[in-house]
Ligand binder design. Structure first.
Ligand code: GNR
Ligand code: NI
Length: 168
């Protein structure tokens, strides 16, 4: 078990574009295990490596109600979008206590590799589709608040900086 600290917005490191994984080795599988521990502990339904300051294209997700269906996506790519655009409320472990509506495609087709280097494709809808897009954004250095107005972003920034000051 290794729970790692999660970066918080506004932190410049959250805007790093992650590199592709090239070696499907034990170090990668250790990273995946640590990310799962960190996500379940938080608790959250997804985590991108970016959030623990590791800038590799690795995502873990578990949208099951029983919290026992871990899904691992290495080098994920959205290869298709479908359906209407849907608004849903999002939160983020890197933006604690903030919940805002974001509009995204309802369904996405994703191609990725598992932690052993085996390729797969998956058609996602509902919460899984939202979460996958949210996590892939993290790998591209994008935090969900960047879809909001400048005014809202600045208010969120101020509120989170104040939380950190008051905790110190
Ligand atoms: O735990 C999380 N919940 C969530 C809810 C709605 C939309 C997206 C998410 S992802 C978030 C965990 C997280 O920050 N992943 O990057
Ligand atoms: Ni997030």
């Amino acid at each position: 078990m290794a729970v790692r600290p999660i970066l918080r917005f506004p932190d410049e490191r959250l805007h790093t574009v992650a590199r592709r994984v090239e070696h499907f080795d034990d170090a990668l599988r250790q990273l995946v295990a640590d990310m799962a521990d960190t996500m379940y502990r938080a608790p959250g339904i997804g985590l991108a490596a970016t959030q623990i300051d590791v800038h590799l294209r690795v995502i873990v997700i578990d949208v099951s109600e029983t919290h026992d269906r871990l899904q691992v996506f290495i080098n994920p790519e959205i290869i298709g979008e479908d359906g209407e655009r849907r608004v849903s409320e999002e939160g983020c472990l890197s933006v604690p206590g903030i919940y805002e509506e974001v509009e995204r495609p309802e369904r996405v087709r994703v191609r990725a590799f598992d932690e052993h280097g085996k390729p797969f494709t998956l058609e996602a809808s509902g919460l899984l589709a939202v979460c996958l897009q949210h996590e892939i954004d993290h790998l591209n250095g994008r935090v969900f608040v960047q879809y909001l107005s400048r005014l809202k972003q600045n208010r969120i920034r101020t509120r989170l900086l104040k939380q950190v000051r008051e905790a110190a």
